[in-house]
Design a protein around this ligand. Structure first.
Ligand SMILES: C[S@@+](CC[C@H](N)C(=O)[O-])C[C@H]1O[C@@H](n2cnc3c(N)ncnc32)[C@H](O)[C@@H]1O
Length: 307
């Protein structure tokens, strides 16, 4: 949690709170929708019972109900509860989906369920409370129904980063701000290292709430290290029968470094950062330390990433 905010205030900050007029972005994000559509079709069968945590407009609950499931769609923003109830009625699914106005960390379904869908996914598991919400749900569920857990969609998230040369030049104006990129190849920036994995969450197992890195990274090519790019891949479902999976990458996050460092291919760079799941981008930025591993420690530089 942000140190200066109460729980109530925190639930109102952007990321936790996503206004109705932002939801079209998610509905129109075809890469996201395709991954969830395919995953839900591969896992959900007629007669199953499903919970959706953070249902928003109800789109993922609808996809599960369309496969024949009975669904509890849990949403804490009353505006979205109303939007979802209206949309579910007008799509003719009100007998299959119950929209529950409740905090997902407190919700327990009235009977055991087969699957839980939760899309509070943000790069690095930052900003949204995916990790906390699923962890709380598991504890509440097991206290009520025993150890056996339902299947979780997504099944896993893989957290990685790489060193980057990024221009931070916009219409000829240089400014160091966090940048989001579409999660597709050939984005702006020169990759200066391989991807480094710093965290893995498997949602039906116990997982860490704190992530970080404190180790060397070897430069894969020479350049001006000016940023770190965070890349998160989510596996929405794994279909063992068809031997395929339905991945969905979050937008890439690029955090600038105050002083770019020239580095040579093969050179080692010490990188440190740490943050708690669900925290702000700034709380991650503030912990980042980077230093060149050079032989004479008296001329070692330690620039910090801009907050
Ligand atoms: C990224 S949106 C996804 C919405 C919808 N599932 C979709 O896929 O379009 C996350 C949703 O979770 C809701 N949410 C966040 N924290 C919650 C909580 N603790 N309990 C219930 N809903 C929550 C937000 O209001 C938002 O509607």
């Amino acid at each position: 949690m942000h140190p200066k905010l109460s729980l109530d205030q925190e639930s109102n900050i952007l990321g936790q709170f996503i206004p109705v007029h932002y939801h079209y972005n998610m509905l129109l994000d075809e890469q996201r929708m395709e991954a969830f559509r395919n995953a839900i079709q591969s896992v959900i069968r007629s007669g199953m019972r499903v919970v959706e945590l953070g249902g928003g407009t109800g789109i993922l609950s609808f996809l599960a109900a369309r496969c024949g499931a009975k669904v509890w769609c849990v949403e804490r923003n009353i505006e979205l509860v109303e939007v979802a109830r209206k949309a579910i009625r007008s799509n003719g699914f009100e007998s299959m989906i119950t929209v529950v106005h409740e905090d997902a960390t407190e919700f327990i379904p009235p009977e055991p369920v087969d699957a839980v869908i939760c899309e509070m996914l943000h790069v690095g598991l930052l900003r949204e409370k995916q990790a906390q919400v699923i962890d709380a749900f598991k504890k509440n569920y097991q206290a009520r129904f025993g150890d056996r857990l339902p299947r979780f969609l997504p099944e896993a998230s893989l957290l990685t980063f790489q060193l980057l040369e990024y221009p931070f030049l916009f219409s000829g104006y240089q400014v160091q701000v966090p940048v989001f990129q579409q999660p597709t190849p050939n984005q702006v920036g020169i990759e200066l290292s391989e991807l480094q994995t710093y965290g893995q969450v498997i949602y039906d197992e116990s997982y860490p709430m704190q992530f970080g890195w404190s180790d060397k990274v070897t430069a894969s090519q020479s350049g001006h290290l000016s940023a770190i790019r965070f890349i998160t891949q989510n596996l929405i479902a794994i279909d063992t029968e068809k031997q395929c999976s339905y991945p969905w990458p979050n937008q890439f996050l690029i955090l600038p470094i105050e002083e770019p460092i020239p580095i040579e291919e093969g050179q080692e760079v010490a990188v440190e950062f740490c943050y708690r799941a669900g925290e702000s981008l700034q709380s991650l930025s503030e912990t980042i330390r980077i230093s060149k591993q050079i032989h004479n420690p008296s001329i070692q530089s330690t620039p910090r990433v801009a907050a």
